[in-house]
Design a protein around this ligand. Structure first.
Ligand SMILES: *Cc1c(COP(=O)(O)O)cnc(C)c1O
Length: 396
């Protein structure tokens, strides 16, 4: 099969696995093994030396995970992929492999809370400096890049406030200055946005979210050129963080991927309708959703994303107090962090996913304490509308 010519949904279901290789099993077997047998002692030595292909030990590879890796490389239009035990495992595998004391990172000013903390608090302890700049304006990157900057990192849309960066514009600047561009594609998945095709060097995912899609696992993915992925595997995972994915979780992500395209279509449809309905309600101050013409980067979103995704952030006129009442009054939406599940989830970034920022940092990084984040699920839209508008109507 010439896979790059097949459509996205077809590859999400078939890529990287042939049932006839495994007794006709429709689904890939879950290989529950920590180690692999060497036929002769030389076989082991050759594999360790990289002179022969073949599995060595579970931390470095597993056949079920390998199916997921092939599938994700194809879906992201990349050469190779590596699956990890969580999104943070994916990020740390990359950062710890690429960076050393004295290096600099430029990152967008709003990031998922633990990514912010990793850069701002933890890597700083090892002499790696991160400069946070507003990358929604590409010229700011050109100004911030020094010769010590090895890596530029952004999310688009950003968690939690839905800002977008222009991936192609940032990639062009990085290429000229010799820095690598890493895009966290968790909010979009490759169905909505393909950063590598736009010039980025590395894509990272929390597969815990839309890729898995059912709130029943933790996993991460890195996609890049084979040479870099080999380093992330043999340095990052093998020697530094050990964050290899379990075979069972790899199986579950593969199962999630089969329905990714239809789920993303429905998430996008529900979120778009809900964002418009929320924006029209008198209790609502601002809705942050790239599909609204009021979003500052609406035009970029139309160019860069296939649909506007399933994530919405909003601010109420009554601020944080009203936000808490609003969250407590929804009945169908579930109060929980994480995102990308079938269930609609609602949470408060300042006290939950982004509590790693101090109040001053939150203000400086562009989101308020009143911000509420919604991961719009796959329920019937009318039920979601009734739940959210009903809760808003109860606000004084
Ligand atoms: C959740 C999340 C992560 C971290 O992923 P885990 O799987 O929870 O480790 C990283 N980036 C973004 C944008 C996320 O939403």
């Amino acid at each position: 099969m010439k896979n790059f010519e097949l459509g996205f949904s077809t590859r999400a279901i078939h890529e990287g696995y042939d049932p006839l290789d495994y007794h006709g099993a429709l689904n890939p077997p879950v290989f529950l093994t920590s180690t692999y047998v060497f036929e002769r002692s030389e076989t082991g030595s050759e594999r360790f030396a990289g002179a022969a292909d073949g599995y060595i030990y579970g931390r470095v590879g597993n056949p079920t995970a390998a199916v997921l890796e092939k599938r994700m490389a194809s879906l992201e239009s990349g050469e190779a992929a590596m699956a990890t035990s969580s999104g943070m495992g994916a990020l740390t595998s990359v950062l710890w492999t690429l960076l050393k004391a004295g290096d600099e990172v430029v990152a967008d000013k709003t990031l998922y809370g633990c990514t912010f903390s990793l850069l701002h608090h933890q890597l700083a302890r090892f002499g790696i400096k991160t400069t946070f700049v507003d990358l929604t304006e590409p010229a700011n990157l050109a100004d911030a890049l020094t010769s010590r900057c090895r890596l530029v990192l952004a999310e688009t849309p950003s968690n939690p406030n839905m800002r977008l960066v222009d991936i192609a514009a940032l990639a062009e600047i990085c290429r000229r200055k010799g820095a690598l561009l890493l895009i966290d594609n968790t909010f979009c998945t490759p169905y909505l946005q393909k950063p590598l095709a736009l010039g980025a060097d590395i894509v990272v995912h929390s597969a815990t979210k839309y890729l898995g899609g059912h709130g029943d696992l933790l996993a991460g993915i890195v996609v890049s050129r084979k040479e870099l992925v080999d380093q992330f595997r043999f340095v990052g995972i093998k020697e530094m963080n050990g964050s290899c994915i379990s075979a069972f979780d790899a199986f579950l992500v593969l199962r999630g991927l089969k329905t990714l395209s239809i789920r993303m279509d429905r998430h996008g449809e529900n979120a778009s309708k809900l964002a418009h309905a929320l924006a029209a309600h008198p209790a609502v101050e601002t809705v942050y959703f790239p599909g609204l013409t009021s979003h500052p980067q609406h035009k970029l979103a139309l160019r860069q994303m296939k649909n506007m995704g399933g994530m919405i952030a909003l601010e109420l006129k009554g601020g944080l107090g009203a936000g808490r009442v609003f969250m407590d009054n929804v009945a169908l939406a579930t109060r929980a962090v994480s995102l990308g599940d079938a269930e609609t989830l609602i949470q408060h970034p300042a006290s939950m996913t982004h509590a790693t920022y101090s109040p001053e940092e939150r203000a400086a990084h562009g989101f308020t304490d009143g911000l509420i984040r919604i991961s719009v699920g796959l329920e019937d839209y009318d039920d979601l509308r009734d739940d959210f508008l009903g809760s808003l109507n109860r606000l004084k």
